[in-house]
Structure formats: structure tokens, C-alpha cells
Design a protein around this ligand. Structure first.
Ligand SMILES: [Zn+2]
Length: 93
């Protein structure tokens, strides 16, 4: 593989390639030596999305969905005694 460094048409210095994050993006080249700035102007085409893309429709959130079973749910407990200050329980599982 070959690395490419573009050179300035004005002075021959190395160019720094930058992509300007506009919409659409603009390719930019700036000369490190003389400061010349070049912008690549390309025509923008609008084309339909290829068939390899499928519409993504997430499942709607279900507010009535049962909660995920918790560890404590697998070990039912029996209340042996109950008072205002404490609860005594027995693990059944
Ligand atoms: Zn230059």
C-alpha cells in the first residue's frame, strides 16, 4: 500500500487534508507552507436508499409488561410472625 500526500499546486508544499463536517461534508486541503486553502466542490445527488436496508421499527414500550423475574421471586418466603418492629420470615426455596 502506498501513502499519498497531496502537494500544493501553488508552492509544492504538503497539503493537510480535512473533512469539514457540514451537510453535505466538504473535503478541504490546506497548504502547510503558503496557507492556500482548497475546497472540493462536488455535485450532490439524491438517490433512493438501496434495497439492502430494511425499515427498522422498534417494539413499542408496553407499560403493562410484567417485570423480569428477580432472584427473590424464585425463593418464596413465609411470614412466620409479624409485629410493628420486625418481620420474621422463612425461606421456602
Ligand atoms: Zn502552498
Amino acid at each position: 500500500m502506498t501513502n499519498v500526500i497531496y502537494t500544493c499546486p501553488d508552492c509544492g508544499g504538503d497539503l493537510t487534508m480535512t473533512v469539514l463536517l457540514t451537510y453535505p461534508v466538504i473535503d478541504s486541503a490546506t497548504c502547510k507552507s503558503c496557507g492556500a486553502d482548497f475546497r472540493k466542490h462536488e455535485e450532490t445527488k439524491r438517490i433512493p436508499l438501496p434495497d439492502s436496508f430494511e425499515r427498522y421499527e422498534p417494539e413499542p414500550a408496553n407499560p403493562y409488561q410484567q417485570p423480569v423475574e428477580r432472584e427473590i421471586d424464585r425463593h418464596p418466603i413465609s411470614v412466620i410472625s409479624n409485629s410493628l418492629s420486625s418481620v420474621e420470615v422463612k425461606l421456602d426455596g
